[in-house]
Each structure stands twice: as C-alpha cells, then as structure tokens.
Design a protein around this ligand. Structure first.
Ligand SMILES: C[S@@+](CC[C@H](N)C(=O)[O-])C[C@H]1O[C@@H](n2cnc3c(N)ncnc32)[C@H](O)[C@@H]1O
Length: 175
C-alpha cells in the first residue's frame, strides 16, 4: 500500500469519526494501522482474512505500533462467509482489500453493514492501469470495471475515485 493511500485512509476514518470499521483483507496489517490512527481512540477495527497466519503477523504489528489489544477484532475466514455475521448498519467505514473477484459482493455487504453517512473504500481499482486498458483483461479486472459502474450508477451512494496509490474508490452511503 502506498503512503498516499495510507494517509487517505487515516483522513477518511477521522472524517467519519469512525468508531467501528470493518476491513476485508487484514494482510500484514499495513492498512489496519492507518485506519486505527484515524479512528476514535475507543474505536474498534474488525478485520477479516482467510489466512490466519497473516492475521497473527498483523496482531503483532498493531501491538508494535502502540495499539491496545482491544482496538482490533480479528476474524479468520473467507469474507463472504464472515460478513453476513456482522451487524446491519453497525459500521462507519468498510475497507475492501480482499479478493477482487468478489468486489461486487463486498459492495452489497457494505451497503448493509454501513450506517447512513458511512463510507465504503476499495483499494487498487486501477489494477496497474488495466482497468482503463481496452485490451482483453482477466476476470478480476472485469469485476473491477463492473464495480466502478455499479458504484457510479447507485442512487444509494455518493462516489469519488481518489487517484492515490493504485486507485482508492470511495463512496458515502446516502442518508
Ligand atoms: C492485498 S492483501 C491485503 C493487504 C492489507 N490490507 C494490508 O494493507 O496489509 C489481500 C488479503 O486478502 C486476503 N484474502 C484473499 N481472499 C480473501 C477472501 N475471500 N476472504 C478473506 N480474505 C481474503 C488475503 O489472504 C490477503 O491477506
């Protein structure tokens, strides 16, 4: 993740005064640390990853960055099995950085998870420029194009595509 994307995530988490954030794709915890810095001091990051050993790495990275253990809830598992268990309207921000093939499902789940005025963000929607390249592209890039179209056309969302890093697609859930 680029430093610009990290800074944007901090800013966005602070802008929505985030107390509850859901993250799809814990990875090694880079984005989680940025989100935690922008969230309220009592905010909790719920972070999902199908690879538990990555979450263990992230847990240690959060601790090394100075965050108390109760600031993050780690849920191992595949996103589309875990997300339906999370509370409707219970989140201020959903950050999607998991499997690009599932991005449209993440959008649908995010609309359910977000409170009105909450924010959904998708990392890496430029796919190194392939999203706007007219040449034939693999399924994951086609899904990203469909995601961009769906977000743009949704009457439930107010979108903006931030040109930081590999493209950060953001959208506010309208009240
Ligand atoms: C690009 S990395 C995330 C990087 C992370 N946000 C960071 O900044 O360190 C994508 C992560 O998504 C996880 N992942 C891939 N498919 C998934 C799925 N279907 N459900 C949950 N996690 C998934 C991978 O294990 C990987 O850790």
């Amino acid at each position: 993740m680029s430093s610009g994307t990290g800074a944007a995530l901090r800013l966005l988490a602070a802008t929505v005064d985030a107390k509850a954030v859901a993250e799809i794709g814990t990875g090694t915890g880079v984005s989680g640390i940025h989100l935690l810095h922008g969230m309220r001091p009592d905010g909790v990051l719920t972070t999902v990853d199908s690879e538990p050993e990555r979450q263990q790495f992230a847990r240690e990275a959060f601790r090394a960055a100075g965050f108390a253990g109760n600031r993050a809830r780690f849920i191992p598992g595949r996103a589309l099995e875990v997300l339906p268990r999370l509370a409707d309207g219970g989140y201020d921000l959903v950050f999607c950085d998991g499997d690009r093939l599932e991005c449209l499902d993440y959008l649908a789940e995010s609309l359910r998870l977000l409170r009105p005025g909450g924010l959904v963000c998708f990392e890496g929607v430029f796919a190194d420029g392939r999203t706007v390249d007219s040449a034939a592209q693999p399924a994951e890039v086609q899904r990203l194009r469909e995601l961009l179209r769906a977000v743009r056309e949704s009457t439930a969302l107010l979108p903006s595509l931030l040109p930081v890093g590999d493209g950060l697609l953001c959208a506010v859930k309208r009240a």
